[in-house]
Design a protein around this ligand. Structure first.
Ligand SMILES: Cc1cc2nc3c(=O)[nH]c(=O)nc-3n(C[C@H](O)[C@H](O)[C@H](O)COP(=O)(O)OP(=O)(O)OC[C@H]3O[C@@H](n4cnc5c(N)ncnc54)[C@H](O)[C@@H]3O)c2cc1C
Length: 602
């Protein structure tokens, strides 16, 4: 058991989703969500918080220490309690929260499903990867599997009878997915291929709580062109099955090893051999050569999902650190530090500890706002009930913000966990407390689902240039409107954020000019700093927007320390965190390329 109780910050969650973003009002305009209302959303999130607290969090620490095992037949044993937790998920419909009811889903909006995912991942990141990956794979099955299987297989997965994985990575093909070498040879049966190769780092490659695993495997067909265009995608089950979903023979996809890793130890990270000791059948999804477009169908969802993981561990770190700081008594207050007889105080009284906690709080709450906003825009952009121009604008905004949601929230998520360790001092480093595990669990999030370096290049090299820069210009324009709208209530803060927006625009132009001169390396060198800079401004805008809503509520007579905290969040962000963005912009515009010139002893 964790030495500090897990807590979900439902007050902040509900403020963000209902008060700031008016998600219930905006989702209420969509026919597909007509069966839901604010009360249902609230009750769903409260139930998710209960499961996170009572079912998931108790298995998080022990699962980390126990890890997973694999036997010679390739069957994985997960930590104690995982099977029961999976049963809770299956029975409660949590795997298919936002899936279509025709495949056993609940049909909730992504926005609400994301909040539940935040809570699950906050309580037990490693466990919550199994339902997340299964749902992702099931979505591909639902859309692209051979027709007779689309509904029944996706249903098996969304209801938790079968699991699912994503198999892209190979030893020589990580970031460069197009370098995949797994071979897929057609058989006499239409759409059926024999696969040979080895996939590595496959999360949830097997588990002892589902009857079958359906792998989504990237592979190359004979004579396929080199690079990404030659990649196809296959449905590769652990056990073959017939059209009535009866399980048959064991297929030749077998887990032959587990990685020993830094964190998320309850998530089995598998080496998956395909066709090594018996033939491995795979069923083509879509058409040959469509592997990456089909896989990238999930890209926004998957990247936002990893951003949520980053925010979720940060949220856990913050609540643990806050509780600890209120209880832990150490030393006298700074005013009395020379007096040996002065009363001892809780460490939350020390200014440096308050600074750490405030940094954590502000980042957790602004990241939450960004992620919920992206999820809400995603829901609205897919609704036929909205005018096409509005839908397009929302979809553009999602496209622009996805790399920031993924990279900034996972980089900051890790940083917040590290700060959490610092708040606890020596006990933060000791595994009796949950902070050290959070740091280890958090690190992978900046690496998988496209490293953060790749996200930054996507933002700078693709998203900023998309539609002639329209996505970026629209974002700048809307952000300036928020600044203007709030300049009466928060003159100093709105002005500072307005200036920071100007810096982001100038820095983007500077980098664009480098690109136009063909100095691609010089521009890409600054991709990560630019992503961090823009990310900080994006979060500052969320702090401003939250303060706007809080002030209106205070003026309407609803006064509380929580709402005043939103005003202080804004001040703190603008005075302490926003200057980093300006400084980064200046560093980028200095044009320094010394690291490209330095030999680095190569
Ligand atoms: C615990 C865990 C779980 C995982 N789960 C899955 C899974 O379920 N399914 C799956 O398919 N994969 C999974 N992965 C793999 C993961 O997605 C890859 O590790 C990741 O894509 C990076 O690939 P790589 O490790 O080969 O690193 P590399 O691609 O070798 O990258 C190393 C460094 O070089 C940088 N780099 C590489 N290429 C470029 C470039 N062109 N420009 C600039 N910088 C570049 C990267 O940003 C990184 O900093 C998992 C990995 C781990 C550790």
């Amino acid at each position: 058991m964790s030495s500090i109780a897990f807590d979900a910050d439902l007050q902040d969650i509900f403020f963000t989703v209902f008060e700031q973003l008016d998600a219930d009002g905006r989702l209420g305009e969509i026919a597909r969500f007509a069966d839901f209302d604010k009360e249902t959303y609230q009750a769903t999130v409260e139930e998710a918080a209960r499961i996170a607290t009572e079912v998931l969090n108790p298995i998080n620490g022990p699962g980390d220490r126990q890890g997973c095992k694999v036997d010679d037949d390739g069957n994985v044993t997960t930590p104690e309690g995982y099977a029961e937790a999976w049963r809770t998920f299956s029975e409660g419909g949590w795997i298919g929260m936002n899936a279509d009811p025709e495949v056993g889903g609940v049909g909730l909006p992504n926005t609400i499903a994301m909040i539940c995912t935040e809570l699950f991942s906050s309580a037990a990141t490693a466990f919550s990867m199994y339902p997340g990956l299964t749902a992702g794979a099931a979505r591909l099955v639902h859309k692209f599997a051979p027709e007779a299987w689309q509904l029944p297989v996706a249903t098996k997965m969304f209801t938790g009878e079968w699991g699912g994985t994503m198999c892209l990575t190979e030893a020589g093909a990580g970031t460069a997915v197009g370098d995949n070498r797994t071979r897929a040879t057609p058989t006499d049966e239409p759409g059926v291929y024999l696969l040979e190769g080895e996939k590595i780092f496959i999360s949830g490659g097997d588990a002892d709580f589902y009857d079958n695993v359906v792998h989504m495997v990237l592979a190359r067909t004979p004579d396929a062109p080199s690079g990404s265009r030659g990649i196809s995608i296959f449905l590769v089950p652990k056990f073959e099955f017939d059209d009535d979903m009866n399980l048959g023979e064991r297929n030749g996809a077998k887990v032959v090893g587990l990685e020993h890793k830094m964190g998320i130890n309850g998530s089995a990270t598998c080496v998956l051999a395909l066709g090594a000791d018996k033939p491995c059948k795979g069923w083509l999804l879509g058409e040959e050569g469509q592997g990456l477009p089909i896989m990238f169908h999930l890209m926004n969802e998957a990247r936002i999902g990893v951003g949520v993981q980053g925010q979720s561990v940060a949220a856990a770190a913050y609540t643990y650190a806050l509780k600890y700081a209120k209880d832990r008594v150490q030393g006298a207050s700074v005013e009395n530090f020379k007096n040996p007889d002065a009363p001892r105080v809780a460490i939350i009284e020390h200014p440096d500890v308050r600074r750490m906690l405030m940094t954590m709080k502000v980042l957790v709450e602004t990241m939450r706002a960004l992620l919920y906003r992206v999820a809400l825009y995603e829901d609205l952009s897919h609704s036929d009930d909205l005018e096409e121009s509005k839908r397009k604008k929302l979809a553009n905004r999602v496209d622009l913000l996805v790399p920031i949601a993924k990279a900034h929230c996972t980089d900051l998520g890790f940083d917040v966990c590290v700060t959490g360790v610092q708040v606890l001092g020596g006990y933060g480093y000791i595994n009796e407390y949950p902070l050290e595990q959070l740091v280890r669990d958090a690190k992978i999030m900046s690496i998988y689902e496209g490293t953060n370096g790749v996200q930054a290049m996507d933002l700078l090299g693709r998203k900023l240039r998309m539609k002639g820069g329209a996505l970026f210009m629209e974002w700048l324009g809307d952000s300036q409107k928020l600044v203007q709208k709030t300049s009466g209530d928060f003159p100093a803060e709105a002005e500072a954020i307005g200036k920071a927006l100007g810096h982001v625009g100038q820095t983007a132009m500077h980098l664009g000019a480098l690109g136009q001169k063909g100095k691609l390396a010089d521009a890409m060198l600054q991709a990560t700093p630019f992503q961090a800079m823009m990310g900080h401004v994006v979060l500052a805008l969320e702090a401003l927007d939250q303060a706007r809503v809080a002030k209106a509520k205070i003026e309407a007579g609803e006064d509380s320390a929580y709402l005043h905290g939103k005003l202080l969040n804004l001040t703190f962000f603008v005075k302490n965190l926003l200057p980093e963005a300006i400084a980064t912009g200046k560093a980028i515009q200095s044009g320094d390329t010394s690291c490209l010139d330095e030999r680095l002893f190569a």
